[in-house]
Design a protein around this ligand. Sequence first.
Ligand code: ADP
Ligand code: ZN
Length: 769
Amino acid sequence: MMAQRAGGEDLMGSDLFGTPDGARAPGSAAASPAGSARDGSVDAAQDVLEQVFGYKHFRFHQRAIVDTLIAGGDALALMPTGGGKSLCYQVPALVRKGTAIVVSPLIALMQDQVDALEQHGVKAAYINSSLTPDERAANEWALRAGELDLLYIAPERLVQERTLSLLERTKLALFAIDEAHCVSQWGHDFRPEYRQLSILAERFPKVPRIALTATADERTRAEIVQQLGLEGAQQFVASFDRPNIRYLISDAGGGAVGRRRMWDFIATNHAQDAGIVYCLSRRAVEETAQWLSDQGRVALAYHAGMPAEQRRIVQARFLAEESIIVVATIAFGMGIDKPDVRFVAHLNLPKSIEAYYQETGRAGRDGASSNAWMAYGLNDITQQRQWIVQSDGSDLHKRVQRGKLDALIDLCEGVTCRRQALLSYFGETGSPPCGNCDNCIAPPQTVDATRDAQMVLSAVYRTGESFGVTYVVDVLTGKADERITRNGHDAIKTFGIGRDQKASYWKALIRQLVAAGYLAQDEEGYQTMVLAGDARALLKGEATFNVRKSTAHAGAKGEGARVAKRRDVPAITAEQQPLFDALRATRSALAKASKLPAFRIFADRTLIELVQVMPADKRALEQINGLGTVKVERYGAQLLEVIAQHRAARGSGSGSGSGSDADGDVSAEAARSLAQFRSGLGVEAIAAARGLPPETVYEHMIGAVEQGALETADLFDYDDEDLDEIHAIFERCGTLKGGDASPDLAPVMKALGDRFERAFVRCLLAELR
Ligand code: ADP
Ligand code: ZN
């Protein structure tokens, strides 16, 4: 379990376990792991994890990193946002003697971190420019007195001689250098002070150091190692996968259609959740925020053009209140540590895959299901290409930017698993299709559009490569206006050749031709289309052109509204809802009383677990994920009371407690299936996990559909045409009539020629009746 690294043994012997000599800070005594290992096994880290933080298991990599530091080694940790970087140094900070020094550039976040630690009963403080001289002196005094488990400090202050010599007179547990990519000159967060941090290696050779970042690339990693003197550090590179984020990308465009679809998506999936909507321009930010407010949501605009004070208020409200949507330019997000952001929506194409990954990564840091939704359109592609051309950068810079944009466009237009595409961009190959992105859930149909593509190219060519999209589409659909007639383009061969398709179809096809490089738009701003790349080969029939069926033309419900439904917050049944609501209200009250955001009191997942387990005493409470000793001490009594009241109310309501309902057990089983389904498990997986026949689980699901808790679309993928056909057969067979609880499906199945699963047909019937 322990990393057996050279030279680590003696440290392990003395430091790991007991701190009987009183090195522990008084403030953390209650939660301190000192001497608390059960059965004599030496696992202080596990004890701290459970008792202080209330978690049962280390996440992958956390364990190894923690062990490395406890053993006195250095580490470099690359983990995605939400991967759990903080625990990697917070646990060793509590296990090792002395104070851990955490270097962070995000001054605004220090208070937040310290608050969070205090909630766990850990003694932490910070020193930065926001403190008064008195406050600073008090914190320095606490440090000297050995009262602090962790001290957060800004880099420029740390490297001052005064601070360094103060630290030399202090017992130090470790140095943690957060956001370590700030040493990189090439990155976007370069901080010159970070380069001076190499001094830590010289002045404190015996104190273990850990550098942490969520930036993935090799070059940055090498720079961190070199600049911070971490040549001997063990490197831990966690997967950049964020399995709880569902990626949904649609080509509906950022205009009115895109906005409408975004609203469908938010209203269906996130009626009460906090989220971020990104737009490219300040104007779009303000308009969209207003528009969302008109729909009845609390939506706040945030962009760099707003006064600092106003931005601060938006940020504070977003953290403190539930259900707020922030509409922002990319200026919003860096350093926003809100774990329960349930969705991130892009109303435009981001600049690169890196930007997309970083921005979507702000969703779901708490590990619960979250959605990353995007709508993009032809304008986005054209505009971004134009910006690159017009930028002041060198040719090399422009080429790099263009390459990045193209990679993102490939991701958007792609028909295979989004996650695979994302991860392989970051160098992680070989993962299977994820089952949790739009392309996996409803694989897009591709069609051979070579002929249509030829029509477009030909129309562009025959009109002299001098017109924009609308003009070319008008020519294709045979919509002669004055300009077309004047130019004589109503007489060319391609005029009206595509009139059996809608204009929107041709626009989507043109976008895909631009994305694929067969067409280019002039970059001076007129957006004139010209042939490009291998357009001639395609025109001559030497190449073929396959396209995804545009999602903008998908069935009436639209994929966004449909696929994102399977989610685990709230993974609770209607019966559990009152208790959930009561506990949530208690959490709000506690949060208000202590002036903290609700998620600092407990995460949503903790609430759900409380509802599912309904602990009856403090011992049982401690078993709940997210409740450590201190939180149980602080809030346990209130939680238990709420749960007890609920139990009593339910007991009296149903006469004799649990078993009054004849099919009580069946509905409990069904409720469990539904909860598991909502947490993302498939029917087969649920059946396998519980040793039930799949048919039984399907029965549960059909029951849920009957009660309106699920829709058929949550369970099955189908075409709307199939739906029409089945519906017609239901009517023909009279299945929809009459009050028969379980009508005979045999004639329906027969009429359908057994082309559909019985469970599917039953679900549809349940939904229709
Ligand atoms: P990062 O800094 O890497 O973005 P955080 O350290 O803020 O991530 O952790 C993200 C979330 O995951 C936090 O809510 C944290 O409490 C939670 N978390 C971290 N490690 C664990 C664990 N081992 N078990 C359960 N939750 C964890
Ligand atoms: Zn996928």
